[in-house]
Design a protein around this ligand. Structure first.
Ligand code: 4AD
Ligand code: MG
Length: 436
């Protein structure tokens, strides 16, 4: 029976016959013998040496089953074991023009993403991504919060009309969901705290290292919650995920980055909390500039949204994430609740990752008053008919509530210390890319 490389690469298997299935990762043919690096379906690799006559037709990426004796060989890569092959069964001889070699441009790796998934970098990214999802689910399971799957074909904008993807919906028009928030809000009345990891879509016209057109969105919504409890929840969730990754994904982390692990070791709780106002003061003291609508540069001031550059300035010297609370109402969406002690401020909170990475999550307390919410929807130039169902939630048994949305790829980009969000995404969707 065939086994995985990780199951046989050990002292107790030395001298035994092992059967391994996988792909020819590297191949060096000599006159008498051929040296194979075999990669299995978990991305592990092992050296194998075979009589040349068994490898005559073999090419890179051919799929095979090898049988042979496991031996110790200190010169062998990855742990000093080698298989002395005596039989090879071929499933498929790969075409000889495999487009991905050892060193490849980023563009080629994106054009051939379906094959680039087999590179060791993307194998390790894929494993950490899977772990991150697993540990997130573990945290919610432990709290016994119900997981839900909201609709993704919707009628209304959540995060502004500019980034909506329109789709033909039978004889009508619909949009791809920008956030599941409004639907999660409707569920707390009967399911209590709920959460989801669902795709969200944004027609982002900008090409940046932190924006995707489709991303994995972890969102949660909780009844009877205030801003400080909302922050504690996020802190606890993120701390849990990072602790698990530090403990169980050391190998992948160290493969992908020389300093990711040590940077994660420096994270401490509680995360610092600053107000938007303090953030603006700090940025002004640094003379941080922004471009206004007509393209001219000026120093940032109260009322401006924090953009990529200002978030970078705020977090570049931090080693742990920071919460920024109390954004001006005018730069936040219609659903944000006003601070009862200051009308111009909304009970919104963003979490910014350290080392300049910036925003990874956004959320806050929701407006729970029917007439205030209706007025805000109208002021935002949204079609009220599309939000009547949402307004009903404030009409029939409204309760104070809040929630947040964490971008999985933004989170991963920070954890792995990667520059480009595309590198943590298996099939990135951007303005210029929807294939493969
Ligand atoms: O800040 P955003 O737009 O907030 C919301 O969607 C809220 N409705 C969430 C909620 O309260 N339930 O998005 C939340 C997070 C961001 O902080 C960011 O991490 C991620 O989603 N995100 C993106 N990630 C990749 N590409 C994009 N274009 C993203 N837009 C948002
Ligand atoms: Mg945001």
């Amino acid at each position: 029976m065939s086994r995985r490389i990780s199951e046989v690469r050990m002292e107790s298997t030395v001298g035994q016959t092992v059967v391994l299935r996988g792909w020819i990762h590297r191949l060096r043919k000599q006159k008498e013998k051929a040296f194979i690096i075999l990669r299995d379906d978990r991305g592990d690799i092992i050296q194998a040496v075979s009589p040349s006559n068994l490898t005559e037709n073999l090419t890179i990426e051919s799929s095979v089953e090898i049988t042979g004796r496991l031996e110790r060989d200190d010169r062998a890569i990855e742990g000093g074991y080698e298989v002395k092959v005596n039989k090879i069964v071929v499933f498929n001889i790969a075409a000889s023009d495999y487009p991905i070699g050892e060193y490849q441009s980023d563009e080629i790796l994106l054009d051939y993403r379906h094959l680039a998934l087999r590179t060791r970098k993307l194998i390790n990214v894929g494993k950490i991504r899977g772990s991150l999802l697993k540990y997130s689910r573990g945290w919610f399971d432990r709290k016994d919060w119900i997981e839900v799957t909201p609709p993704l074909l919707v009628k209304g904008a959540v995060e502004g009309g500019a980034t909506l993807f329109e789709v033909k919906y039978f004889d009508n028009r619909a949009y791809l969901s920008q956030s599941s928030q409004l639907y999660l809000e409707s569920m707390i009345y009967s399911l209590g705290p709920v959460w989801t990891i669902s795709p969200s879509f944004r027609a982002e016209r900008s090409r940046t290292v932190r924006h995707l057109a489709e991303f994995s969105h972890l969102e949660a919504e909780i009844p009877w919650i205030g801003l400080s409890e909302l922050m504690s929840i996020q802190e606890d969730l993120i701390n849990h995920i990072i602790t698990m990754i530090k403990t169980f994904n050391k190998k992948e982390l160290n493969f992908l980055s020389t300093d990711a692990l040590s940077k994660l070791e420096e994270i401490s709780t509680p995360f610092q909390k600053i107000s938007y106002e303090e953030a603006i003061d700090t940025l002004r003291s640094m003379e941080c500039k922004i471009k206004d609508q007509n393209g001219s540069e000026r120093i940032i001031e109260w009322g401006d949204d924090l953009n990529t550059e200002s978030e970078r300035e705020l977090t570049k010297d931090k080693t742990s994430p920071i919460f920024v609370t109390g954004y001006p109402m005018k730069i936040k969406p219609f659903y944000v609740k006003q601070d009862p002690s200051n009308e111009s401020i909304g009970l919104a909170v963003d979490l910014l990752a350290p080392y300049g990475f910036g925003e990874i999550s956004g959320g806050g307390i929701r407006e729970d008053d029917w007439s205030k919410l209706r007025a805000r929807i109208e002021q935002s130039n949204l079609k009220i008919d599309d939000y009547l169902w949402y307004l009903d939630l404030r009409k029939y048994g409204s309760v104070p509530h809040g929630g947040f949305g964490l971008g999985i790829e933004r989170f991963l980009r920070w954890i792995l210390n990667f520059d480009d969000i595309k590198d943590v995404t298996l099939f990135p969707r951007t303005m210029s890319r929807i294939l493969p």
